[in-house]
Design a protein around this ligand. Structure first.
Ligand SMILES: *[C@@H]1O[C@H](CO)[C@@H](O)[C@H](O)[C@H]1NC(C)=O
Ligand SMILES: *[C@@H]1O[C@H](CO)[C@@H](O)[C@H](O)[C@H]1NC(C)=O
Length: 416
């Protein structure tokens, strides 16, 4: 039965109200959990309206050549699959208990998806005849978490088949991962749809590289609409997970084509890093040496920034495999110390000390404005958490597909 205009207006008002309430609660919750320095209720409400403003301005892009696409909505699945967000939350929690490395894996996967042609689950597609896959582009190196997404999707397909998009699963699962590792909660609208194509070339060329100069990193993020402050805050995601040796090996032994380490390292830090990553694992550009974890080494193309974070999560669609997969990879933990660790702050403090593990991370100190934000975040965890939350909300709605475009995949690895 079609809803009257009046009814649908009421519905919209109601859902906006619920949304406002949810944002307010989430701000309150963050305030409480993370010692936000919001002492008076007036500053709380200004905080709330600031975030709201950001959300309400979030009317989706209209493309001129087709019928206007729908907007993302708060709790899009409230009627079609009311349990969806809870199922995703519960599954991520379950997987995280088994293997905490699933958290950085999911966060990185969402970043890879949204950064390349928008949050449309294109990163999940397997290659088929006539279509290369983003999965097969060199920056996919060490991308994990596909199987965690499959586990979540299977559960959702049982409860409400053909309803919840893989693209929504990706961003919602990443949000849970952030929360579980001590990061902020942020509200997300839903209603994304899945792409019918994968964008391997774009993944190869457009993802920011761990060896990038500051100007390259900034250009890459800016091409996706992120300013310097947002770029610095997004890179704080590097505070969880491990970084594979191969992504910074050159800084330890043969920096910039010399036989010397990066001269900016102090000797204690250099020794610590060398003890984690021996020279024999060096992946110099001369020969394709075998990788220590059995996966192909990056080719001439740089692996992406986020893919450089190691995670041992989800290499098979079964929980058992998940349980038994053992980390045999070498790397450096950034600052992740488990739930409740200071999400972000340690990362920025280490940059202040010149101890950024990746060249591109440390480069943030080379710019006036980026350096300013590194200092600000190093000393103010609540400012960082707030900025990261806003940046993740922005990332999560980059070029989304909404009805009538796109589709709902049944299997996240294949076009339906
Ligand atoms: C990444 O791409 C390589 C080929 O470049 C492929 O062999 C590998 O299986 C891909 N990894 C994933 C996780 O899909
Ligand atoms: C999804 O499709 C892929 C590739 O076509 C297949 O290997 C996989 O088993 C499917 N997954 C499920 C859960 O059916």
């Amino acid at each position: 039965m079609p809803m009257s205009i009046f009814e649908s207006a009421i519905m919209r008002k109601l859902s906006l109200f619920t949304f406002v309430l949810c944002v307010w609660i989430s701000v309150k919750k963050t305030t409480h959990l993370n010692h936000f320095s919001l002492s008076s209720s007036s500053s709380l409400s200004s905080e709330t309206s600031w975030i709201l403003q950001d959300i309400l301005l979030d009317s989706e892009d209209f493309e001129d050549d087709e019928a206007p696409a729908r907007s993302l909505e708060y709790d899009f699945y409230r009627e079609t699959c009311p349990e969806a967000e809870k199922i995703i939350r519960d599954k991520v929690h379950q997987l995280f208990k088994i293997k905490a490395a699933v958290a950085p894996a999911l966060l990185r996967l969402a970043f890879h998806d949204c950064f390349i042609e928008g949050c449309d689950a294109s990163v999940l597609l397997d290659p088929v005849e006539g279509m290369d896959s983003e999965k097969d582009s060199p920056p996919n190196e060490s991308l994990k978490g596909f199987d965690a997404i499959d586990i979540i999707k299977s559960e959702l397909e049982e409860v409400c088949p053909g309803v919840v998009s893989c693209a929504d699963i990706l961003v919602l699962a990443a949000r849970e991962a952030v929360l579980l590792t001590g990061g902020p909660f942020y509200p997300l609208n839903t209603g994304r749809r899945d792409s019918t194509a994968s964008f391997s070339d774009s993944a190869t060329n457009d993802l920011p590289s761990p060896n990038a100069d500051l100007s390259e990193t900034l250009a890459s993020f800016s091409s996706r609409g992120f300013d310097e402050r947002e770029t610095v805050s997004l890179l704080g995601a590097h505070s969880i997970g491990q970084i594979h040796c191969k992504f910074f090996q050159n800084r330890l032994y043969s920096f910039g084509g010399t036989d010397e380490p990066d001269p900016t390292f102090d000797s204690e830090f250099l020794n610590r890093m060398r003890s984690k990553c021996s020279k024999s694992h060096s992946s110099t550009s001369t020969a394709p040496s075998p990788s220590f974890d059995g996966s192909p080494l990056p080719t001439a193309q740089s692996p992406s920034f986020y893919s450089s974070l190691s995670s041992e999560a989800a290499t098979s669609a079964s929980f058992e495999k998940l349980l038994s997969s053992s980390p045999k990879d070498q790397g450096m933990a950034v600052s992740y110390e488990g739930t409740g660790a200071d999400f972000g702050t340690v990362y920025y403090r280490s940059l202040l000390q010149g101890k950024g593990i990746l060249y591109a991370d440390q480069q943030l100190m080379a710019g006036e404005e980026t350096g300013l934000w590194v200092r600000a975040y190093a000393s103010d965890a609540s400012l960082y958490q707030r900025d990261f939350a806003i940046a993740m909300m922005k990332l999560s709605k980059l070029h989304v597909l909404t009805a009538p475009r796109g589709q709902i995949r049944k299997n996240c690895s294949k076009v339906a």
